[in-house]
Design a protein around this ligand. Structure first.
Ligand code: DCP
Ligand code: MG
Ligand code: MN
Length: 336
């Protein structure tokens, strides 16, 4: 099928690379290499079948291209089939939403070996609420979300926002803004231009309540202490209101309007691109984070920050690229 909303033709290879990335957690270079390669494969609209086709993709080097060929030929990779039972179990546990490698190891050390063990005796293994949801929707949450479904969920959020205040802005960020055909979650940014004297205080909480009423948001995971803060942050599980829809992860981030340019860069990613932008800023004596670009930051000899510096006024993402002498890159090209 050529439907762009469906997961791409290299999805199964990308998944094996995801697994390799998880297995290599802690070995930052390998972990990142595999996740970059998985992303490159997901962005490739045609099926990759040979070493040279793999090599042509951005971010895939000699070594990973060979692995990809091996995955294509054997359906899995030697490192995976040889991986010990321990590694397999840790990998299954690490795939539970809200469980990192260290918690997976704790579950193992306490004697859990299967997802069923954790579900059957949550008290024994000290499984908490968010992880219980992760267990309940384990299969759903491992599925990528077709772009078209993200669009529909985004439309619900936009329609709700328009009812709250016509000037309330909702942007769909992350891999979606980068043009991905499928996304790991839905990332929404909420802000409002306060030049008419009104900001979005309290509006994210209203949006949240509306989406709960519409049965889009099914489970709240975490939220900020201050629901009314301009930078309130929420995590939830959501789904389309139609029966049979899969449960998806939703991130909502409120942003003070003056922080929008830096936050657009941050929340668009990808994380490798963000890291390179921050490094570039550092080399030029600036500091870039999700709140803004700062100048005159003084650092000690070991690189630790001595003063915060002062915020540089930026009205758009392009301003920040310009100040950092980085040629403009539209979101679709923000991959390193
Ligand atoms: N981000 C970051 N560093 C992190 C986590 C996130 O810079 N450790 C930024 C870049 C990401 C964006 O936030 O692109 C959204 O985070 P996601 O984890 O949702 O990642 P993506 O949306 O890029 O990919 P996915 O499709 O897997 O959700
Ligand atoms: Mg995302
Ligand atoms: Mn996210």
């Amino acid at each position: 099928s050529t439907d762009p909303s469906k997961p791409g033709p290299n999805e199964s290879i990308a998944r094996v690379l995801d697994q390799l990335s998880i297995i290599n957690k802690g070995d930052e270079w390998r972990e990142r290499g595999y996740s970059k390669a998985a992303a490159a494969l997901r962005n490739c609209p045609y099926p990759v079948t040979t070493h040279s086709e793999a090599r042509e993709l951005y971010g895939i080097g000699e070594r990973i291209a060979s692995k990809i060929v091996e995955v294509i030929q054997t359906g899995t990779h030697r490192r995976l089939s040889m991986s010990t039972n321990y590694e397999k179990i840790i990998s299954v546990f690490s795939n539970i939403y809200g469980v990192g490698r260290s918690l997976a190891e704790i579950f193992y050390d306490k004697g859990a070996r299967t997802l069923h063990d954790l579900k059957a005796k949550p008290e024994l293994y000290n499984v908490r609420e968010p992880q219980m949801l992760g267990l309940k929707y384990y299969d759903d949450l491992l599925q990528r979300i077709p772009r078209d479904e993200v669009t529909r969920l985004f439309e619900y959020a936009r329609a709700a926002a328009a009812k709250i205040d016509p000037k309330l802005e909702v942007h769909c960020m992350g891999s979606y803004r980068r043009g991905a055909m499928s996304c790991g979650d839905i990332d929404l940014l909420v802000t409002r231009d306060p030049s008419d004297g009104k900001d979005h205080t309290g509006m994210i909480a209203q949006l949240w309540d509306m989406l709960k009423e519409e049965k889009i948001i099914a489970h709240e995971l975490t939220s900020s202490d201050d629901w009314n803060a301009l930078d309130a942050k929420y995590n939830a599980l959501c789904s389309l209101p139609q029966p049979g829809s899969l449960m998806r992860r939703l991130d909502i981030l409120g942003v003070p309007f003056d922080e929008l340019p830096a936050c657009l860069i941050y929340f668009t990613g990808d994380d490798h691109f963000n890291r390179s932008m921050r490094l570039k800023a550092r080399h030029l004596g600036y500091r870039l984070n999700q709140r803004g670009l700062y100048k005159d930051v003084t650092r000690g000899r070991d690189g630790t920050k001595l003063t915060e510096g002062s915020k540089v006024l930026c009205k758009t993402e392009k301003d920040i690229f310009k100040l950092l002498s980085v040629p403009w890159r539209p979101p679709e090209q923000r991959r390193c």
